[in-house]
Write a protein of this length. Structure first.
Length: 343
């Protein structure tokens, strides 16, 4: 197909293969900005169908800004991600070890050697999956609008990825070992039937390695987060056992998707997280050390088709949230789901 035929065509659309036949494989270049799991930023271009990423002449600082602005994840609300322990992954399939039991010699007498304390470890196997958001638009749509459509669309796509990650974390929390709870909204406003503190402290005792049923054997988890949905939160703050603390300002109500520290004598230094993606009938007591969030590379890929006047962006995020279980896979070491807290 001669080059002149393309330049003087009869306004008929040309396929990508026809364009490449005349102008070569570089006719449609794709810009790629990658943030590796280790935090390194790479920028490059690759032709269609070419897998390798080659370094371009854009500076590392500029590449970082491009990824932050276009990809948008750096500024996205963390939401449930704060319930997890971030684990950068150099490979999409990777294993790491977490201490499941440790010991120490107590009250060692003068002149005596301490006993040899052997730690036990669990192997946690991670396998990242891909969440993606793909947006595209015609140049004419952007020119005809008073609003920069593509800019807004890119920001919405990045936020959509953040919500997808949030749903993944909420889904994994539903796999946690459960403590049968009680309806915090039962009874009357003046006198609730059940106190939320009863089951919260039962779950806390289990995680801390106490003597009640369901206790983690040899593991001393220290929960620092209490997470719940809006309906469970409504029952919690209106419960007569809790309301006095609210009225005295000892509980700071968190905003949706945010968090607030609560100052209650029974629950010292516990952060409460309110999120609408959580199961409405449950509350979750969490030690993030035993709830890793595997983080693979993230990418922002931009492309264009000049003849069709289309610009597009694809946003990729590789991740996997995973609860850590004990050796027998009976208990989750760092999370308890308190069920039935909202009818």
């Amino acid at each position: 197909m001669p080059e002149e035929e393309v330049k003087t065509g009869k306004n008929s659309p040309f396929t990508n293969d026809q364009i490449e036949e005349v102008f070569g494989a570089d006719a449609h270049m794709t810009s790629v900005v990658t943030r590796t799991a280790q935090g390194r930023y790479l920028y490059g271009k690759r032709p269609r169908g070419q897998a390798a990423l080659t370094a371009g002449d854009m500076s590392q600082l500029t590449a970082k800004i491009v990824l932050q602005e276009v990809f948008g994840l750096e500024r996205a609300m963390p939401m449930l991600a704060s319930c997890c322990r971030p684990m950068p992954m150099a490979k999409l399939i990777q294993s790491f070890r977490v201490a499941s039991q440790s010991s120490a010699s107590r009250k060692v007498a003068k002149g005596q050697e301490p006993d040899l304390n052997l730690n036990k470890f669990l192997e946690v196997k991670m396998e990242c999956w891909l969440n993606a958001s793909h947006v595209a638009g015609y140049w004419e749509d952007n020119w005809e609008s008073d609003t920069p459509i593509m800019t807004v669309t890119e920001q919405d796509a990045a936020l959509a990825l953040a919500y997808a990650r949030n749903l993944d974390i909420a889904d994994e929390l539903q796999n946690a070992y459960a403590v049968t709870g009680e309806d915090w909204g039962a009874g009357t406003i003046a006198s609730a039937t059940y106190s939320p503190f009863t089951k919260i402290m039962e779950a806390w005792t289990q995680l801390a390695g106490g003597t009640v049923a369901g206790t983690n054997a040899g593991v001393k988890a220290n929960p620092s987060i209490l997470a719940m949905g809006p309906l469970a939160w409504g029952d919690f703050v209106n419960n007569s056992y809790v309301r006095d603390f609210v009225m005295k300002g000892l509980i700071r109500t968190p905003t949706p998707g945010g968090a607030g520290n609560i100052d209650i004598p029974l629950l010292p230094s516990l952060q409460i997280i309110l999120d609408g993606d959580l199961l409405s009938t449950s509350a979750y007591l969490i030690d993030p050390r035993y709830f890793p969030l595997g983080q693979g590379p993230t990418q922002a890929i931009g492309y264009s088709n000049d003849l069709k006047r289309v610009e597009g962006h694809v946003l990729y995020e590789y991740l996997q949230p995973k609860l850590v279980w004990d050796q027998s896979e009976t208990y989750t070491l760092g999370v308890r789901e308190i069920t039935g807290v909202h009818a």
